[in-house]
Design a binder for this molecule. Structure first.
Ligand SMILES: [Zn+2]
Ligand SMILES: [Zn+2]
Length: 368
Protein backbone atom coordinates (compact mmCIF):
# COMPACT_ATOMS: atom_id res chain seq x y z
CA UNK A 1 0.00 0.00 0.00
CA UNK A 2 1.16 3.54 -0.64
CA UNK A 3 2.09 5.08 2.62
CA UNK A 4 4.36 7.98 1.88
CA UNK A 5 6.45 9.99 -0.48
CA UNK A 6 8.76 7.97 -2.75
CA UNK A 7 7.99 4.72 -0.98
CA UNK A 8 5.50 1.95 -0.70
CA UNK A 9 4.32 1.25 -4.24
CA UNK A 10 1.29 -1.05 -4.08
CA UNK A 11 1.56 -4.67 -5.00
CA UNK A 12 0.44 -5.28 -8.54
CA UNK A 13 -2.26 -5.98 -9.64
CA UNK A 14 -4.25 -6.05 -6.39
CA UNK A 15 -6.14 -2.91 -5.52
CA UNK A 16 -5.04 -1.81 -2.05
CA UNK A 17 -7.56 -1.60 0.75
CA UNK A 18 -8.73 1.73 2.03
CA UNK A 19 -6.78 3.25 4.88
CA UNK A 20 -8.99 3.81 7.88
CA UNK A 21 -8.72 7.57 7.63
CA UNK A 22 -9.77 7.79 4.00
CA UNK A 23 -12.88 9.84 3.74
CA UNK A 24 -14.57 8.90 0.52
CA UNK A 25 -12.55 9.75 -2.58
CA UNK A 26 -11.41 6.95 -4.88
CA UNK A 27 -7.85 7.24 -3.79
CA UNK A 28 -5.21 6.56 -1.23
CA UNK A 29 -3.60 9.88 -0.42
CA UNK A 30 -0.11 9.67 0.75
CA UNK A 31 1.29 12.72 2.41
CA UNK A 32 0.63 15.84 4.41
CA UNK A 33 -0.95 17.26 1.24
CA UNK A 34 -3.68 14.66 1.56
CA UNK A 35 -6.42 17.18 2.11
CA UNK A 36 -5.92 19.26 -1.01
CA UNK A 37 -5.00 16.28 -3.16
CA UNK A 38 -8.36 14.69 -2.49
CA UNK A 39 -10.03 17.49 -4.38
CA UNK A 40 -7.61 18.71 -7.01
CA UNK A 41 -7.64 19.58 -9.78
CA UNK A 42 -11.35 19.60 -10.32
CA UNK A 43 -12.44 21.67 -7.39
CA UNK A 44 -10.87 24.57 -9.23
CA UNK A 45 -12.32 23.77 -12.63
CA UNK A 46 -15.69 22.19 -12.00
CA UNK A 47 -18.72 24.19 -13.04
CA UNK A 48 -21.76 24.17 -10.75
CA UNK A 49 -23.66 20.88 -10.69
CA UNK A 50 -26.64 22.45 -12.40
CA UNK A 51 -27.80 23.00 -15.93
CA UNK A 52 -26.73 26.61 -15.62
CA UNK A 53 -23.46 26.25 -17.46
CA UNK A 54 -21.08 29.17 -17.41
CA UNK A 55 -20.46 30.70 -20.84
CA UNK A 56 -17.44 29.25 -22.53
CA UNK A 57 -15.86 29.54 -25.90
CA UNK A 58 -15.96 26.56 -28.21
CA UNK A 59 -12.95 24.36 -28.05
CA UNK A 60 -9.82 24.58 -30.07
CA UNK A 61 -8.33 21.84 -32.15
CA UNK A 62 -5.25 19.91 -31.14
CA UNK A 63 -3.15 22.90 -31.99
CA UNK A 64 -4.94 25.20 -29.62
CA UNK A 65 -2.55 28.07 -29.79
CA UNK A 66 -3.40 31.70 -29.60
CA UNK A 67 -2.83 32.31 -33.28
CA UNK A 68 -5.54 32.99 -35.84
CA UNK A 69 -8.33 30.57 -36.65
CA UNK A 70 -7.19 30.00 -40.23
CA UNK A 71 -3.64 29.19 -39.24
CA UNK A 72 -4.84 26.76 -36.56
CA UNK A 73 -7.04 24.93 -38.99
CA UNK A 74 -4.25 24.59 -41.53
CA UNK A 75 -1.88 23.16 -38.91
CA UNK A 76 -4.62 20.89 -37.56
CA UNK A 77 -5.34 19.65 -41.08
CA UNK A 78 -1.66 18.87 -41.62
CA UNK A 79 -1.45 16.98 -38.31
CA UNK A 80 -4.56 14.93 -39.06
CA UNK A 81 -4.24 14.41 -42.81
CA UNK A 82 -0.48 13.84 -43.21
CA UNK A 83 -0.50 10.57 -41.23
CA UNK A 84 -3.44 9.40 -43.33
CA UNK A 85 -1.45 10.07 -46.49
CA UNK A 86 1.34 7.93 -45.07
CA UNK A 87 -1.11 5.08 -44.51
CA UNK A 88 -2.46 5.40 -48.04
CA UNK A 89 1.03 5.53 -49.52
CA UNK A 90 2.11 2.44 -47.62
CA UNK A 91 -1.09 0.58 -48.52
CA UNK A 92 -0.53 1.29 -52.17
CA UNK A 93 3.11 0.27 -51.95
CA UNK A 94 4.05 3.62 -53.45
CA UNK A 95 6.78 4.68 -51.09
CA UNK A 96 7.69 1.81 -48.83
CA UNK A 97 6.70 -1.38 -50.57
CA UNK A 98 8.09 -3.81 -48.03
CA UNK A 99 7.83 -3.58 -44.26
CA UNK A 100 10.97 -4.68 -42.45
CA UNK A 101 11.67 -5.79 -38.89
CA UNK A 102 13.27 -2.39 -38.30
CA UNK A 103 10.07 -0.65 -39.46
CA UNK A 104 8.05 -2.69 -36.96
CA UNK A 105 10.47 -1.97 -34.11
CA UNK A 106 10.41 1.75 -34.86
CA UNK A 107 6.62 1.83 -35.09
CA UNK A 108 6.10 -0.03 -31.79
CA UNK A 109 8.83 1.87 -29.94
CA UNK A 110 7.70 5.33 -31.04
CA UNK A 111 4.06 4.36 -30.36
CA UNK A 112 4.92 3.28 -26.81
CA UNK A 113 7.03 6.37 -26.07
CA UNK A 114 4.71 9.00 -27.55
CA UNK A 115 1.56 7.18 -26.41
CA UNK A 116 2.62 6.84 -22.79
CA UNK A 117 3.84 10.43 -22.87
CA UNK A 118 0.24 11.35 -23.65
CA UNK A 119 -1.46 8.96 -21.24
CA UNK A 120 0.88 9.09 -18.24
CA UNK A 121 2.11 12.64 -18.86
CA UNK A 122 -0.46 14.84 -20.58
CA UNK A 123 -3.46 13.03 -19.12
CA UNK A 124 -2.82 11.45 -15.73
CA UNK A 125 -0.06 13.73 -14.45
CA UNK A 126 -0.58 17.15 -16.02
CA UNK A 127 -4.38 17.17 -16.37
CA UNK A 128 -5.43 15.20 -13.30
CA UNK A 129 -2.42 15.35 -10.98
CA UNK A 130 -2.63 11.61 -10.34
CA UNK A 131 0.95 11.61 -9.09
CA UNK A 132 3.93 13.86 -8.49
CA UNK A 133 7.20 13.38 -10.29
CA UNK A 134 10.83 14.35 -10.37
CA UNK A 135 11.60 17.20 -12.77
CA UNK A 136 13.33 14.90 -15.26
CA UNK A 137 10.24 12.69 -15.36
CA UNK A 138 7.98 15.69 -15.90
CA UNK A 139 10.12 16.97 -18.77
CA UNK A 140 10.51 13.52 -20.31
CA UNK A 141 6.76 12.86 -20.24
CA UNK A 142 5.96 16.28 -21.68
CA UNK A 143 8.45 15.86 -24.54
CA UNK A 144 7.36 12.27 -25.19
CA UNK A 145 3.68 13.27 -25.28
CA UNK A 146 4.45 16.09 -27.70
CA UNK A 147 5.82 13.45 -30.08
CA UNK A 148 2.23 12.17 -30.29
CA UNK A 149 1.46 15.27 -32.38
CA UNK A 150 -1.82 16.02 -30.59
CA UNK A 151 -0.98 19.63 -29.81
CA UNK A 152 1.08 21.34 -27.16
CA UNK A 153 0.90 20.00 -23.63
CA UNK A 154 -0.84 23.12 -22.28
CA UNK A 155 -3.53 23.24 -24.98
CA UNK A 156 -4.15 19.48 -24.63
CA UNK A 157 -4.62 19.79 -20.87
CA UNK A 158 -6.86 22.86 -21.18
CA UNK A 159 -9.18 21.07 -23.60
CA UNK A 160 -9.29 17.91 -21.54
CA UNK A 161 -10.10 19.73 -18.31
CA UNK A 162 -13.00 21.38 -20.13
CA UNK A 163 -14.17 17.97 -21.28
CA UNK A 164 -14.35 16.78 -17.69
CA UNK A 165 -15.97 19.96 -16.44
CA UNK A 166 -18.78 19.85 -19.02
CA UNK A 167 -18.88 16.17 -19.98
CA UNK A 168 -21.63 15.53 -22.53
CA UNK A 169 -23.19 18.92 -21.84
CA UNK A 170 -23.07 22.28 -23.49
CA UNK A 171 -19.44 23.42 -23.27
CA UNK A 172 -17.89 19.95 -23.76
CA UNK A 173 -15.37 20.33 -26.60
CA UNK A 174 -15.98 16.87 -28.03
CA UNK A 175 -19.18 15.23 -26.87
CA UNK A 176 -20.77 12.78 -29.33
CA UNK A 177 -24.11 14.11 -28.05
CA UNK A 178 -23.36 17.58 -29.40
CA UNK A 179 -26.30 17.33 -31.80
CA UNK A 180 -28.67 15.43 -29.54
CA UNK A 181 -30.10 11.93 -29.80
CA UNK A 182 -31.57 10.08 -32.77
CA UNK A 183 -29.62 8.08 -35.34
CA UNK A 184 -28.59 10.90 -37.69
CA UNK A 185 -27.68 13.22 -34.82
CA UNK A 186 -25.62 10.46 -33.22
CA UNK A 187 -23.73 9.84 -36.46
CA UNK A 188 -23.00 13.55 -36.74
CA UNK A 189 -22.07 13.61 -33.06
CA UNK A 190 -19.74 10.63 -33.39
CA UNK A 191 -17.91 12.31 -36.27
CA UNK A 192 -17.74 15.55 -34.30
CA UNK A 193 -16.35 13.80 -31.21
CA UNK A 194 -13.86 11.73 -33.19
CA UNK A 195 -12.28 14.35 -35.41
CA UNK A 196 -14.67 17.17 -36.36
CA UNK A 197 -14.18 19.15 -33.15
CA UNK A 198 -10.50 19.55 -33.97
CA UNK A 199 -11.38 21.98 -36.72
CA UNK A 200 -13.67 24.19 -34.66
CA UNK A 201 -10.79 26.40 -33.84
CA UNK A 202 -11.63 28.88 -31.15
CA UNK A 203 -9.12 28.38 -28.40
CA UNK A 204 -9.93 27.10 -24.97
CA UNK A 205 -8.46 29.74 -22.69
CA UNK A 206 -5.23 28.26 -21.41
CA UNK A 207 -4.89 30.81 -18.60
CA UNK A 208 -8.32 29.82 -17.29
CA UNK A 209 -8.14 26.07 -17.71
CA UNK A 210 -4.45 25.36 -17.17
CA UNK A 211 -3.04 28.25 -15.08
CA UNK A 212 -0.76 25.86 -13.19
CA UNK A 213 0.86 24.69 -16.42
CA UNK A 214 1.13 28.19 -17.87
CA UNK A 215 3.14 29.17 -14.77
CA UNK A 216 5.44 26.15 -15.09
CA UNK A 217 8.51 27.35 -16.99
CA UNK A 218 9.46 23.87 -18.19
CA UNK A 219 6.01 23.07 -19.54
CA UNK A 220 5.57 26.52 -21.07
CA UNK A 221 8.87 26.10 -22.93
CA UNK A 222 7.97 22.59 -24.13
CA UNK A 223 4.60 23.89 -25.31
CA UNK A 224 6.32 26.57 -27.36
CA UNK A 225 8.61 23.92 -28.86
CA UNK A 226 5.67 21.85 -30.08
CA UNK A 227 6.19 22.55 -33.81
CA UNK A 228 9.81 21.41 -33.59
CA UNK A 229 8.88 18.35 -31.56
CA UNK A 230 6.29 17.50 -34.19
CA UNK A 231 8.96 17.59 -36.87
CA UNK A 232 11.25 15.52 -34.64
CA UNK A 233 8.47 12.97 -34.20
CA UNK A 234 8.67 12.18 -37.91
CA UNK A 235 12.34 12.97 -38.41
CA UNK A 236 13.76 10.78 -35.63
CA UNK A 237 12.44 7.42 -36.90
CA UNK A 238 13.53 8.46 -40.39
CA UNK A 239 17.01 9.28 -39.12
CA UNK A 240 17.25 5.99 -37.21
CA UNK A 241 16.07 4.10 -40.30
CA UNK A 242 18.82 5.71 -42.32
CA UNK A 243 21.50 5.28 -39.63
CA UNK A 244 20.81 1.56 -39.25
CA UNK A 245 20.47 0.65 -42.93
CA UNK A 246 22.46 3.45 -44.63
CA UNK A 247 19.83 3.41 -47.37
CA UNK A 248 17.09 5.81 -48.44
CA UNK A 249 14.65 2.89 -48.39
CA UNK A 250 15.45 2.41 -44.70
CA UNK A 251 14.95 6.11 -44.04
CA UNK A 252 11.61 6.09 -45.86
CA UNK A 253 10.52 2.97 -43.99
CA UNK A 254 11.28 4.73 -40.71
CA UNK A 255 9.34 7.81 -41.79
CA UNK A 256 6.31 5.85 -42.98
CA UNK A 257 6.02 3.22 -40.25
CA UNK A 258 7.76 4.80 -37.27
CA UNK A 259 6.38 8.23 -38.16
CA UNK A 260 3.22 8.62 -40.19
CA UNK A 261 1.46 5.30 -39.63
CA UNK A 262 2.39 5.25 -35.95
CA UNK A 263 0.94 8.76 -35.51
CA UNK A 264 -2.19 7.79 -37.49
CA UNK A 265 -2.92 4.80 -35.23
CA UNK A 266 -2.12 6.75 -32.06
CA UNK A 267 -4.37 9.64 -33.13
CA UNK A 268 -7.32 7.41 -33.83
CA UNK A 269 -6.84 5.44 -30.61
CA UNK A 270 -7.00 8.74 -28.72
CA UNK A 271 -9.89 10.04 -30.83
CA UNK A 272 -11.76 6.80 -30.15
CA UNK A 273 -11.60 7.44 -26.42
CA UNK A 274 -13.42 10.71 -27.11
CA UNK A 275 -16.01 9.17 -29.44
CA UNK A 276 -16.39 5.40 -28.89
CA UNK A 277 -15.88 5.60 -25.12
CA UNK A 278 -18.87 7.93 -24.81
CA UNK A 279 -21.10 5.94 -27.15
CA UNK A 280 -20.66 2.20 -26.72
CA UNK A 281 -19.61 -0.03 -23.84
CA UNK A 282 -20.36 -0.67 -20.22
CA UNK A 283 -20.96 1.79 -17.39
CA UNK A 284 -20.03 -0.09 -14.23
CA UNK A 285 -19.37 3.10 -12.22
CA UNK A 286 -21.55 6.04 -11.31
CA UNK A 287 -20.92 9.43 -12.86
CA UNK A 288 -22.77 12.71 -13.17
CA UNK A 289 -26.22 12.36 -14.66
CA UNK A 290 -25.33 13.76 -18.09
CA UNK A 291 -22.01 11.91 -18.33
CA UNK A 292 -22.24 8.96 -20.78
CA UNK A 293 -18.64 7.73 -20.54
CA UNK A 294 -18.09 3.99 -21.00
CA UNK A 295 -15.53 1.23 -20.55
CA UNK A 296 -14.78 -0.22 -23.99
CA UNK A 297 -12.51 -3.25 -23.58
CA UNK A 298 -11.28 -3.80 -27.20
CA UNK A 299 -9.27 -0.56 -27.09
CA UNK A 300 -7.21 -1.55 -24.03
CA UNK A 301 -3.89 -2.20 -25.76
CA UNK A 302 -3.91 0.64 -28.29
CA UNK A 303 -5.32 3.16 -25.78
CA UNK A 304 -2.85 1.99 -23.10
CA UNK A 305 -5.58 1.76 -20.47
CA UNK A 306 -7.41 4.99 -21.32
CA UNK A 307 -10.36 2.97 -22.63
CA UNK A 308 -11.56 2.29 -19.06
CA UNK A 309 -13.11 5.66 -19.47
CA UNK A 310 -16.22 5.22 -17.33
CA UNK A 311 -14.03 4.48 -14.29
CA UNK A 312 -11.92 7.48 -15.22
CA UNK A 313 -14.92 9.81 -15.34
CA UNK A 314 -16.18 8.39 -12.07
CA UNK A 315 -12.82 8.90 -10.32
CA UNK A 316 -10.80 11.28 -12.53
CA UNK A 317 -7.70 11.63 -10.37
CA UNK A 318 -6.87 7.93 -10.12
CA UNK A 319 -3.52 6.87 -11.59
CA UNK A 320 -4.99 3.52 -12.60
CA UNK A 321 -8.04 3.24 -14.85
CA UNK A 322 -8.17 -0.53 -15.40
CA UNK A 323 -9.06 -1.29 -11.79
CA UNK A 324 -10.69 -4.70 -12.22
CA UNK A 325 -9.25 -8.11 -13.02
CA UNK A 326 -7.87 -8.61 -16.52
CA UNK A 327 -8.24 -4.91 -17.39
CA UNK A 328 -4.99 -4.04 -19.16
CA UNK A 329 -3.63 -0.64 -18.24
CA UNK A 330 -0.03 -0.27 -19.38
CA UNK A 331 0.00 3.38 -18.32
CA UNK A 332 -0.72 2.45 -14.71
CA UNK A 333 1.99 -0.20 -14.91
CA UNK A 334 4.49 2.43 -16.08
CA UNK A 335 3.53 4.74 -13.21
CA UNK A 336 3.92 1.83 -10.78
CA UNK A 337 7.40 1.07 -12.13
CA UNK A 338 8.39 4.72 -11.85
CA UNK A 339 7.10 4.77 -8.29
CA UNK A 340 9.13 1.69 -7.43
CA UNK A 341 12.17 3.48 -8.86
CA UNK A 342 11.48 6.52 -6.68
CA UNK A 343 10.92 8.80 -9.67
CA UNK A 344 7.25 9.49 -8.88
CA UNK A 345 5.37 9.64 -5.60
CA UNK A 346 2.05 10.57 -3.99
CA UNK A 347 0.39 8.29 -6.52
CA UNK A 348 -3.39 8.16 -6.22
CA UNK A 349 -4.02 4.43 -6.42
CA UNK A 350 -7.55 3.04 -6.24
CA UNK A 351 -9.04 1.80 -3.00
CA UNK A 352 -11.22 -1.29 -3.36
CA UNK A 353 -13.81 -0.48 -0.73
CA UNK A 354 -14.27 3.05 -1.97
CA UNK A 355 -14.48 1.97 -5.59
CA UNK A 356 -17.19 -0.48 -4.61
CA UNK A 357 -19.30 2.38 -3.32
CA UNK A 358 -19.17 3.96 -6.78
CA UNK A 359 -20.23 0.85 -8.68
CA UNK A 360 -23.59 0.88 -10.37
CA UNK A 361 -25.78 -1.71 -8.71
CA UNK A 362 -27.36 -2.64 -12.04
CA UNK A 363 -25.10 -3.25 -15.03
CA UNK A 364 -25.55 -0.28 -17.31
CA UNK A 365 -24.75 0.17 -20.96
CA UNK A 366 -24.80 3.06 -23.38
CA UNK A 367 -27.03 3.83 -25.12
CA UNK A 368 -29.57 2.99 -22.43
ZN1 LIG B 1 -14.49 11.46 -21.65
ZN1 LIG C 1 -9.31 12.75 -18.05
Amino acid sequence: MCTGRREGAPRWPQTPAAPSADRGGCVTILSSERESALHTPFKEYDPPETDQVAPVTRSAGPVAVSSGRGKQQVVTAILVVAPLLGVVAAAMGVISPRITILDVILAVAFYAVSGHGLTAGFHRMFTHRSFKAARWVKITLAVAGSLGMEGSVISWVANHRRHHAYTDRKGDPHSPYEYGNGMWNQIRGAMHAHVGWLFQAQPTEEARWAPDLVKDKDLAAISRMFPFLGIASLGLPMLIGWAVTRTWAGALGGLIWGGLIRVFVLHHATFSVNSVCHLWGRRPFTTRVEDRSTNFAPLAVLAMGENWHNLHHSCPTLARHGVDRHQLDSTARLIWILQRAGAVWDVKWPVAEILDRRRNTVAACVPS
